[in-house]
Design a protein around this ligand. Sequence first.
Ligand SMILES: [Zn+2]
Length: 509
Amino acid sequence: MNKNRRPGGKENSMKDSIKALRELEKRLYAYQYAMAVADYDSETVAPPESSAGRAEAMEVLSRAYFDQLVSADTAALLQRAAADAETEQEKAEVRELQRSYDEIGKIPAEEYAAFTKLTQESMPAWGKAKRGNDFASFAPYLEKIVESLRAQAHYFAPDRDPYEVWLDRYEHGLTIAQCDTFFAALRETIVPLLAAIKERGSAIRTDFLYQNWPIEQQRKLSKKIMEVWGLDPDHCVLGETEHPFTSGFWHGDVRITTHYMPQDMFSNLYSVAHEGGHALYELNVDPKYDYTTLAGGATTGLHESQSRLFENYVGRSRAFIHYLYPTLLELFPQQLNGVTEEEIYRAVNRAEPSLIRTEADELTYSLHIMVRYELEKALMQGTLTVADLPAAWNAKYKEYLGVDVPDDTHGCLQDIHWAMGDMGYFPSYALGSAYSAQAVDDLRKTMDLDAQWAEGNMQPLKDALRSRVWQHGRAKEPQWLVQSLCGGAFDAAHYTNYLKNKYTELYGL
Ligand SMILES: [Zn+2]
């Protein structure tokens, strides 16, 4: 019995609007599905000279997607559905679709089209500038991108700081004040820790890391990690790409990729561990959200929290390396001859300040993110000009990581994100690590995670994460999911304490 039952005819029309909403969501899903498959295909098995035809198809598909989403019909439907939605799921579907609609619908069509064109041009310009160490040739594109992002933020929320509008876009509910506090805590912890390691840290054996690691054996290791994570090959496959990534088409079909390096076995090991964490999230969203806007992981920060949990907190733990050690010895008997479990643990956890974010270790990674956060915020707020970016970049790398940047190719041109028009995206990488540190602390109160990981038993961890986060997809607001994951209000101290304890012990500080 529904006590709030509305009179007669109203109930039929209510069902109609929700039904129409679901049909729209399914159409949007189908376009996204087609584009995701084409994109995955292009990154994995498509022949090199196949892009022209794909670009034509993608243009039609993406235009069809946006025409479906942003139209007077959709606006009217959202209004009706908002009034009619009764269940929690229906309300969440309206909320998420309205958000997608507003993100595009509030921007004038010409501005949106011009920005799409701009990013299509700026990406190859960035690639060329990076290869030729020629920041000046990329600068005009970056200036226009910053200008357009500021304008778009203004259309979306005229009274808000433009950078915060974009932070909120990627991690809904996140503010500049929260980010400032978060990164200040990281700076105060990591910078002195790194200095202490450099000054008096005990040496770590690394001679066995770079040698010949047969790819065939590395493939067997990938399979082993996927088995331990419990990634069902009927629903998740591993491909090979230049840069590893995860693509979830729907909860029954998730693709992950890795990159095999003949000289570095651990790179693939931790790529599979990381992407496998992303995949587990996508595979475990409640099927009742299939083909709706509520399917899939909620935010990039939450997604990174899951991938980093499996990569770092599980994959780099003493317990898990103890479990994996016999497999490693079996697959690589010569390479690991005379190398102990503890030596592997120490080597895969070593901290070394470096120039390149994607090669950074667990400790210094967040410093790379902090540099980008501070610089993109300054660019968006107008306190830093694009022309001054390289010098500002180099100064921060010196200050935080203690390294000299030799050229812009290894400096401010290294990442594609800004060329793609993404500003406000980077902080979610560091936040993800911090969310998972707190989650692990909270889970340890009632679970002996180390004992489970030492046996290769991921089930209790997965059950907990499924119930706290995975199953909900986007049905809950990101801030609710973060609290649910962490077992309370987010507090960066869990992450900074984790790093302090781990590296103090590792380096005998
Ligand atoms: Zn990731």
